[in-house]
Design a protein around this ligand. Structure first.
Ligand code: PMV
Length: 389
């Protein structure tokens, strides 16, 4: 596969593979979460973003997923042909789930509908999916109820496991294709998950200034990142550890009739151009302005949708004001961003870590639920853990 060619949807359909090559085994991936600097909020079917987004891949917040697979003893598996004769039984089978899922040691049947929907969306691209039975075992490095979205790391981990199985069936696929198709599949599970395959900065969504960018999958930021952004920190302040009141699925939908949507998508695409320059030139002040404006614009969209909603909590605002005061008093390059929730991501450069860590401990964690926070930083992407056959 030529790396310089931008792949299109049909490039991701696996057409020939040798199912007899693998009957059973297991694969495991450790996959990080990510935090968007320019936000994705608003999409079209099938999971096509309305604007380009860019994120830092994280390191300490990750999911580990193991996919155990066993070839089904179906008539198709035995004969490899005569599709008409067996179509009735296969149609029946595809209605039933062909997997069990365990999360942190517990069987989770309530997770099944989401995974089933994911399988339905991707089976066109990975047709071998229905020829196996699976056991999916997953755990997160962060507490499930922490308010940190686990869909990015969770869906990307599962997509990578499925791609490892594809590689067993078709060992000729290149590493570049493996990563792009993993991101493509992950996107169909959860949009932001497509930015969790590689590090350190990932762009998703076609943008005329980002070479190779695509609406279908995430790509590595194509320019050299200034040393000011090396080892960048993200300390996540857990303000509200409960379930979100409004899911991101609903939030995205509300953008389709939003009075400010058109302008918002233009703003985000402009911010991609601006942040691209700031990242290359090491312009921390400009970075701060874009990142904070993006966080507040995301929440402004929520507050002005119909119906409107607020995901920030009083302590979210207290933290933001404390950060602004600290910055005004010290000239620090500390800044914040927000996800679709109340938690605050505090971003800062490596060289300011001592002063800022002290500030966080002394002044910010009092606003966290039970003083909970997670020290994270920019990461290098997903890692395969083991293959047993
Ligand atoms: O991937 P989703 O559908 O959960 O949407 C994520 C949306 C934000 O986290 C708010 C922004 C982003 O770009 O990650």
């Amino acid at each position: 596969m030529n790396k310089s060619i931008v792949l299109i949807e049909t490039d991701f359909i696996l057409t020939t593979y040798n199912i007899s090559k693998c009957t059973e085994g297991s694969v495991s991936w450790k996959t990080p979460s990510n935090i968007a600097l320019v936000k994705y909020w608003g999409k079209q079917e099938p999971q096509i973003p309305e604007n380009t987004s860019i994120s830092f891949t994280l390191d300490a917040c990750f999911t580990v997923t193991t996919l155990e697979y066993k070839k089904r003893d179906t008539e198709r598996s035995r004969s490899g042909q005569n599709a008409e004769k067996i179509s009735t039984s296969l149609n029946h089978q595809s209605d039933k789930s062909n997997f069990d899922i365990y999360f942190e040691g517990e069987k989770k049947d309530d997770f099944k509908p989401k995974i089933e929907l994911f399988f339905k969306r991707i089976e066109h691209y990975v047709p071998f999916l229905r020829e196996f039975d699976f056991v999916i075992t997953s755990k997160n490095s962060f507490p499930h109820s922490s308010g940190i979205a686990s869909s990015a790391s969770g869906m990307s981990a599962l997509a990578l496991c499925i791609m490892s199985l594809e590689k067993e069936l078709d060992p000729t696929i290149s590493d570049a294709y493996f990563n792009q198709k993993s991101s493509f599949l992950a996107r169909l599970g959860s949009g932001s998950a497509c930015r969790s395959i590689e590090g350190e900065l990932i762009v998703w969504g076609n943008h005329n200034e980002i070479k190779g960018s695509s609406d279908l999958f995430g790509v590595k930021f194509p320019h050299t990142i200034h040393k000011n952004f090396k080892n960048y920190h993200d300390t996540i302040l857990l303000v509200d550890e409960g379930e979100k009141q409004v899911s991101s699925t609903v939030g995205h939908q509300l953008m389709s009739n939003h009075p400010f949507a058109k302008q918002r998508f233009i703003q985000a695409n402009d911010n991609i151009s601006k942040i691209s320059k700031a990242l290359q030139h090491g312009d921390l002040k400009e970075f701060t302005t874009i990142v904070e404006s993006e966080a507040l614009s995301l929440h402004a969209m929520m507050m002005t949708s119909n119906p409107y909603f607020i995901l920030m909590r009083p302590n979210t605002l207290k933290i933001i004001h404390k950060i602004w005061d600290f910055r005004a008093n010290t000239g620090s390059n500390i800044c914040f961003t927000l996800d679709a929730g109340a938690n605050v991501h505090v971003l800062f450069p490596e060289k300011e870590k001592l002063e800022i860590n002290n500030f966080i401990i002394n002044e910010l964690i009092q606003f966290c639920q039970e003083n909970h926070y997670i020290c994270d930083r920019i990461g290098k992407g997903a890692e395969q853990l083991l293959i047993k056959n």
